[in-house]
Design a protein around this ligand. Structure first.
Ligand code: ADP
Length: 398
């Protein structure tokens, strides 16, 4: 089967066409600046070069029309016609408490996703526009929604409740949900497989460290805690997000800088994290690592503070699970930045973690980076959210 995976953001759209038999992508790309001047589509067929075409995209329907046109293009297309797309898998950011697993999209499911819009006002509406556009352009093709929050729905109440009046949970569903669930699920299963064990027999900690970053505790194959909360702002220090702070800082900054609540939120989401900590040097760990190695003080603080926060969550989740058998690093920073992995693992000697420096300097596929006598297995494992979405879509539509 050919499965089209769609990840719709507010002004962008990532897509991948995946052959579910080989689990390889046959074409992929992204549309950028949807609804903004200068929109363009990037398209790449397996084995081919990236093609960039500037084309107006007033809305997501036009973006998806251009994706389908690129996929079926006479010269460079990956498939002969749209009938070769058997199903579509959509990434949906927030499934609230309604969705604890992926689901085939029906009119009722669309209504239920709309009811979660309040919880993710920037993301869910964009995801719904993508679903609507595909339904219009590919009528009759089955579609599946795969939620970022679903994997974390197994968290117990003591992990997901905030210390706020209970009525806010009842009235507004204010609680911790967690995100990156597709990645945490994929990597935890992969780690169990790599360790030659069943997920049911393991206590794993997954550190998804990308531009957005989160940690999860996965006990016996089920998520029992994760670091993001009602929104992706909670938890780790990220590329540009602050992660955990004293909530009173918001009022303090608002008064001192004469900012509105919206402006403070923008500051915490877009100007903070390692970007802000490094004195606006960069949110990208390639730049930060360079500056760290050159002795740039703010870059050193940014990288060390980031790593320390990860190590604190690993400690907390070891306590939550009463032990840990494996720790996996994934996503852009987790897969590529040996420096961060080393700094995190330096805090974990008390768990019996021993890092193999030569293995830690490697790149590529799943790699064990702990020594054979380390009490905890530590690995880096490339995540593949698109493949995970394609697998879920296949399972629900074949
Ligand atoms: P997201 O999906 O959240 O945008 P990714 O998982 O793609 O994020 O991670 C992107 C980040 O990964 C970059 O901002 C950069 O910090 C980091 N990264 C990517 N490649 C490298 C590398 N070779 N070395 C260090 N960091 C890297």
């Amino acid at each position: 089967m050919n499965i089209l995976v769609i990840n719709c953001g507010s002004s962008s759209l990532k897509y991948q066409l995946i052959n579910s038999d080989t689990e390889q992508w046959i074409a992929k790309g992204l549309c950028e600046r949807i609804g903004i001047d200068g929109s363009q589509i990037v398209y790449q067929k397996a084995g081919g070069d990236k093609e960039v075409t500037v084309s107006p995209m007033p809305d997501h329907t036009e973006a998806i029309r251009l994706v389908l046109e690129a996929l079926t293009n006479d010269k460079t297309g990956a498939i002969g016609s749209l009938s070769e797309i058997d199903a579509v898998g959509h990434r949906v950011v927030h499934g609230g408490e309604k969705f604890s697993s992926s689901t085939v999209i029906t009119p009722e499911v669309i209504e239920a996703i709309k009811e979660c819009n309040d919880l993710a006002p920037l993301h869910n509406p964009a995801n719904l526009i993508g679903i609507d556009a595909c339904a219009k352009l590919m009528p009759g093709v089955p579609m599946v929604a795969v939620f970022d929050t679903a994997f974390h729905q197994t968290m117990p109440a003591e992990a997901y409740m905030y210390g706020l009046p209970y009525s806010y949970y009842e009235k507004y569903k204010i609680r911790r949900y967690g995100f990156h669930g597709t990645s945490h699920s994929f990597v935890s299963k992969k780690m169990a497989e790599d360790m030659g064990k069943k997920p049911e027999d393991l206590k794993l900690i997954i550190c998804h460290l990308g531009n957005g970053a989160s940690v999860s505790a996965v006990k016996n194959g089920k998520c029992v805690d994760t670091s993001m909360g009602l929104t992706p702002l909670e938890g780790l220090i990220m590329g540009t997000r602050s992660g955990d702070i004293d909530p009173a800082i918001m009022e303090f900054i608002a008064h001192k800088e004469n900012k509105s609540i919206d402006e403070v939120m923008t500051l915490l989401n877009k100007k903070s994290g390692v970007y802000g900590l490094s004195g606006d040097l960069s949110s990208d760990f390639r730049d930060l690592e360079d500056a760290y190695n050159k002795g740039n003080e703010k870059a050193i603080i940014a990288v060390k503070t980031f790593s320390y926060r990860v190590a604190k969550y690993v400690g907390a989740y070891t306590a939550a699970m009463n032990g840990v058998d494996g720790i996996a690093f994934t996503a852009g920073v987790g897969e590529n930045c040996g420096l961060v992995r080393k700094l995190v693992c330096e805090y974990l000697g008390y768990l019996g973690v021993k890092l193999d420096d030569a293995a830690n300097s490697k790149r590529g596929e799943d790699t064990v980076i702990s020594t054979p006598d380390s009490k905890v297995c530590v690995m880096f494992i490339p995540t593949n959210e698109e493949l995970a979405i394609a697998r879920e879509t296949l399972a629900l539509t074949k």
